[in-house]
Design a protein around this ligand. Sequence first.
Ligand SMILES: C[S@@+](CC[C@H](N)C(=O)[O-])C[C@H]1O[C@@H](n2cnc3c(N)ncnc32)[C@H](O)[C@@H]1O
Length: 209
Amino acid sequence: MRKFRQKYYDWFSHVYDQFIKMHSSNQQGTLKTHLAQKTEVEKGGKILDICTGTGGLLTYLDKQLKDDSLAVGVDFSSGMLSVAKEKIRNSKRLFLVQADVSKLPFKDQAFDTVTCAHAFYELKGKDQENCLREIIRTLKPGKPFLMMEHDIPEKPLIRLLFYIRMMSMGARKALEILINEKEMLSNYFKSVEKINTAGAKSKILICRP
Ligand SMILES: C[S@@+](CC[C@H](N)C(=O)[O-])C[C@H]1O[C@@H](n2cnc3c(N)ncnc32)[C@H](O)[C@@H]1O
């Protein structure tokens, strides 16, 4: 099943950036800038971006990095990572690692911030739970996990289409993360703050262990 999902994302990587452009015009830039500005990275510190995909967020994280700090993008799809590799080739502070986010190949307390943009609801079965445990394990004490997710559309027709799309992904768990995310995340983190991005139809959850 995992191999099948990896293959699906490998295929998707060929059209992913065009798909996102069509889906959200230039909103993605505003959203990702917003998320990147919420990171907390010290001199020499590290940011981890899970389910980094084609590295769309990494280039925005790069702007927040100072001195010898760095950011690592993790994804299990080699297709997605090869598109990301091209995008980050001019940066000395961005790195990519191919791994499953439910078993991260990093030491305990290695990161100052962990980010995840528009991807967490796509994790299947026990992967969400395992991934949250891995995020907590790899974060430095008190440092944030920043999760950006789609907000439920307000207009009835768009909301209906949104629900249909979610259900078509076989996604009762996906809906749970998109609707009751604060309650779900509170089972893992001591504090969970929700911020709605102005007019941008996404929300950011700031979670601290
Ligand atoms: C919606 S896409 C990428 C979103 C990306 N963060 C962005 O901002 O454009 C979701 C990504 O999650 C990755 N993914 C899904 N399950 C994964 C897992 N168990 N381990 C690692 N990556 C996974 C997929 O390969 C895909 O690249």
